[in-house]
Design a protein around this ligand. Structure first.
Ligand code: GRF
Length: 205
């Protein structure tokens, strides 16, 4: 992918956004964040973006008559800025098919479990309650089905007997911050393909 402009969508804290900002600043990730968009005005991540000199937009989903209308407003802003990759980073809205079709295989999400286990909200607590011995984080390409697209990277995090959902989530978050910038770099570098559900990084000849 020649164009290294990305758009990041958030709803809250923005620690994964910060990891991407830091990765770019440190020269580990060759990318430019063209815009950070939040559906919530008070998302702490907006402050992080402003502090890094990145353009921010608040697009309030409650002002739109439908999910699709909101999504198309977001898509229009992303397209206007020429972004080639959209990174969901704690964006708490389901994406309509219209959004996904506007950026086919060009949307990434980070999820705090080893998919396909524990989809949806609070993946860390779901894993802790289930009693699995390992959990982790997954970066995947976004498809219209929730948390179900081709997997780009995963990281494993052991679950300790003395973990609480919070301590487990904190260790998973460290791995999220490591693998999200890395996965964005992989996507932007190009040379990958998708076969069925499988994301294949490069030709294996
Ligand atoms: C992370 O746990 C991420 O995996 C999930 O939402 C959380 C966002 O955290 N999708 P932050 O806003 O990046 O700090």
């Amino acid at each position: 992918m020649e164009n290294r402009r990305i758009g990041v969508l958030i709803s809250g804290r923005g620690s994964n956004l910060q990891a991407v900002i830091d990765g770019i600043a440190a020269g580990r990730l060759e990318a430019e964040i063209a815009v950070v968009i939040s559906n919530r005005a008070n998302a702490a991540g907006l402050e992080r973006a402003r502090a890094a000199g990145i353009e921010t937009l608040h697009i309030d989903h409650k002002r739109y008559p439908s999910r699709e209308a909101f999504d198309l407003a977001v898509v229009a802003e992303l397209k206007q800025r020429g972004v080639s990759l959209v990174c969901l980073a704690g964006f708490m809205r389901l994406l309509s098919a219209a959004f996904v079709e506007a950026f086919p295989n060009r949307i990434l999400n980070i999820h705090p479990s080893l998919l396909p286990a524990f989809v949806g909200l609070d993946g860390q607590r779901q894993a802790w309650e289930y009693g699995v011995k390992v959990s982790g984080a997954t970066v995947h390409v976004v498809t219209p089905e929730l948390d179900a697209g081709p997997i780009v990277l995963q990281a494993v995090v052991p679950v300790r007997d003395d973990d609480t959902p919070d301590t487990l989530a904190a260790r998973i978050l460290e791995e999220e911050h490591r693998i999200y910038p890395e996965a964005i770099g992989i996507m932007l570098a190009g040379g990958w393909r998708i076969e069925g559900r499988r994301f294949i990084r490069r030709a294996t000849r």
